[in-house]
Design a protein. Structure first.
Length: 342
């Protein structure tokens, strides 16, 4: 399958510290992990690692970091046909301070210029387009050009301009922060009514979308055949959750193009996100597809039996008016029995 990932690209410099630095202090570390970063890169790298034809569209600067990113993409089989070099900017860089004591992350992104993709006359046929909500013109062009394909919005960070993308994408994978910012409501996993109300409020405004809300370390709120459901997250603190959400998004795209049913797709994506937490570095932590499938089969049986030829793997609308089950899934599991509304 052919995938196109569109969005903002960054280079990650991970600084590992035994404790978070005290303001005004001088510190040293010998532990640096550098790699391509940003949601779009993680999605594109994941799909390439899983042997899909993965194109990336974004902007890098004409500098040492940009050249290193291009080389690294090509070595990892990410197709750079639509990777654009801007000779007037420096490649955005994220400095990520990792506190090894409690696994917390503090990120400072240096983006010294305002820029956007200028060339987006995509000429390859695509099966799936995934955007991160930053490159509006390029994303809308791709959504319209590939209107018959699977189109996904990775709605990870709350921003006013993000809402414009909701008009075009068929699938929206929203973070807890985005869902709460959009509705003015708080998600409470102990209160199924809050989950149902937030889900319904977003779908009422954008009735054409297939919505997934990923609440980090708790679960996924989604809908199948008019029933709002919850699938619990895997309990895995890991050592680095930086790329987990974006690997989840990539796996949703992977599952949809393979015509898996929605619950199988979400289970697979939840496993992929959990395994990502076991390794440091966003694009370095992407798990092998074989490891994801092995984990899946250890819990749910044959993986191949869930791949079919159904061209419409889910039908989420309309929204069921009933709230989700208050205790939808055993929190220690991946969610073998995602509950239907009562």
């Amino acid at each position: 399958m052919k995938f196109l990932s569109i969005g903002r690209l960054t280079y990650d410099i991970n600084i590992m510290m035994d404790n978070y630095p005290i303001e005004g202090s001088k510190n040293e570390t010998k532990e640096l992990i550098n790699c391509s970063g940003g949601s779009t890169s993680i999605v594109a790298y994941a799909l390439a690692k899983w042997n899909e034809e993965s194109y990336i569209s974004g902007v890098i600067g004409y500098d040492e970091i940009g050249n290193a990113m291009r080389k690294d993409m090509e070595e990892n089989k990410v197709l750079t046909t639509y990777l654009e070099t801007n000779y007037d900017i420096k490649t955005p860089t994220s400095y990520i301070i990792s506190n090894k004591q409690n696994n917390s992350k503090t990120t400072i992104t240096a983006e010294t210029s305002t820029f956007n993709i200028k060339k987006y006359e995509y000429d390859q046929p695509m099966d799936c387009v995934i955007t991160d909500g930053y490159e509006y013109n390029a994303s809308v062009y791709a959504y319209n050009k590939y209107a018959n394909c699977i189109t996904i919005l990775n709605a990870k960070t709350p921003r006013q301009t993000l809402l414009d993308f909701f008009k075009y994408a068929k699938y929206v994978i929203a973070s807890k922060e985005v869902a709460e910012a959009m509705t003015g409501l708080k998600i409470d996993f102990n209160s199924p009514m809050t989950m149902a109300n937030i889900y319904k409020k977003i779908c009422d405004k954008y009735p054409h979308i297939n919505l997934l809300i990923r609440v980090e370390e708790q679960g996924i709120i989604y809908q199948v055949n008019g029933e709002i459901k919850v699938l619990a997250d895997i309990k895995n603190a890991g050592i680095d959750k930086t790329g987990a959400h974006d690997v989840f998004v990539a796996c949703i795209g992977y599952g949809l193009t393979k015509h898996m049913d929605m619950e199988t797709t979400i289970r697979l994506a939840t496993i992929a996100a959990s395994l990502t937490k076991n390794t440091l570095g966003s694009t370095l932590s992407i798990p092998l597809l074989s490891d994801i499938i092995s984990f899946y089969e250890s819990r749910f049986g044959s993986f191949n039996s869930n791949i079919n030829n159904n061209p419409n793997p889910t039908n989420q609308n309309p929204v069921n008016q009933n709230p989700v089950n208050q205790n939808p899934v055993d929190p220690g599991s991946v969610g073998q029995n995602a509950a239907s509304p009562q």
